[in-house]
Write a protein that binds this ligand. Structure first.
Ligand SMILES: [Zn+2]
Length: 216
């Protein structure tokens, strides 16, 4: 069977498997979505494990949630995902995880301040904790957009994380390094002393292009 966007469908599966391997989701938890150039959106299917997922399991939906191509039911969070993609036109990828350190942080703090160069490089700015919303509801997307600020992710209290990016690599780095940053912050919080955070000047200096990092 040939399907539209076969390569991109595989990218969604690979990303979901990476999220699972890194402990950000388990079994069928969370979801991955990507806006295509035609304006429709590829999403992972509802309640299916990632280990044996194949490109045909990924569902292509339009911005109203109608299935364009695919025979699986799309992720139950599709309303929230479409809301985010509508409100953030510059973002093309939305990732949703149930990552433990971020959920733990949501129980004891209202935000993750900028505590490291990694946070500036990969998440951009302070990550806010959005108040509880029920899952599989558009309200999750509304809370995400309201609390996005300048970061590439929002922590959903009692639930998990929604991260977004212009492309898959950017969104994946945001969830992976958000978990690492939450672990660091929780360790520091446990000591019980005031925690210094980066100033706006330090954040701007770290974020300024310097031209060497990465491969030409
Ligand atoms: Zn969830």
């Amino acid at each position: 069977m040939t399907v539209l966007y076969e390569k991109e469908r595989q990218m969604l599966i690979d990303t979901a498997r990476t999220m699972e391997k890194m402990g950000l989701v388990k079994l069928s938890g969370g979801n991955v979505s990507m806006r295509m150039p035609c304006g429709n959106v590829l999403v992972t299917p509802s309640a299916m494990g990632y280990e044996n997922m194949v490109p045909e399991d990924i569902v292509l939906i339009d911005m109203q949630g109608n299935t364009v191509e695919g025979f699986r039911r799309p992720t139950s969070d599709w309303k929230a995902i479409l809301y985010i993609l509508r409100e953030m036109p510059e973002m093309n990828v939305v990732l949703h995880t149930h990552q433990p350190a971020a959920i733990a942080l949501s129980l004891v703090a209202d935000e993750l301040p900028v505590i490291s160069t990694t946070m500036v490089d990969e998440i951009k700015h302070t990550v806010r904790v959005a108040p509880f919303t029920i899952s599989s509801d558009e309200g999750m997307g509304i809370a995400t957009v309201e609390h996005a600020g300048r970061a590439l992710a929002v922590i959903l209290k009692h639930h998990g994380v929604i991260a977004y990016g212009r492309n898959m690599d950017q969104a994946l780095a945001a969830v992976v390094y958000l978990e690492e940053s939450c672990e660091v912050y929780l360790k520091a919080l446990a000591v019980g002393r005031p925690i210094p955070v980066l100033t706006e000047e330090q954040i701007a200096a770290e974020d300024a292009p310097r031209g060497y990092y990465g491969q030409p």
